[in-house]
Design a binder for this molecule. Structure first.
Ligand SMILES: [Zn+2]
Length: 119
């Protein structure tokens, strides 16, 4: 695994997410678009704010995952599943570069399957 390429990719993604989160929260504060005095217009603006809030919080969540992935990369644990300790499939990391678990664990897990026993 080319960890430098992965790090570059994650850093780039982190910058995009930071940008998106900060733009959405700047809009939410109405820095460039003050709340209208008109009630109907305010309703539209508040609906828009809900959308911005969702964008901002989903960007924050992904941002945390990307930062956690960068930490795991620095610790040499990037390809290790946080749940079962097995290697995460390279193609899975290619598709979801910030994942911290292997496909089995992500899909409900070896543990859950084990708990159900031999059904
Ligand atoms: Zn696992």
């Amino acid at each position: 695994m080319d960890t430098n390429a992965v790090r570059e990719r994650l850093l780039k993604r982190r910058d995009e997410l930071r940008q998106r989160a900060s733009e959405a929260s700047a809009d939410l504060r109405h820095e460039t678009d003050p709340l209208s005095a008109d009630f109907a217009e305010q309703v539209t603006q508040r609906e828009h704010d809900d959308v911005l809030g969702a964008i901002s919080s989903s960007a924050q969540v992904e941002l945390q995952q990307v930062e956690a992935a960068l930490r795991r990369l620095a610790l040499g644990r990037y390809t290790t599943c946080a749940v079962c300790g097995e290697d995460i499939e390279p193609e899975r990391l290619g598709a979801v570069p910030y994942t911290d678990r292997c496909r089995t664990c992500a899909e409900g897990g070896r543990r859950a399957a084990g708990r159900d026993g031999r059904v």
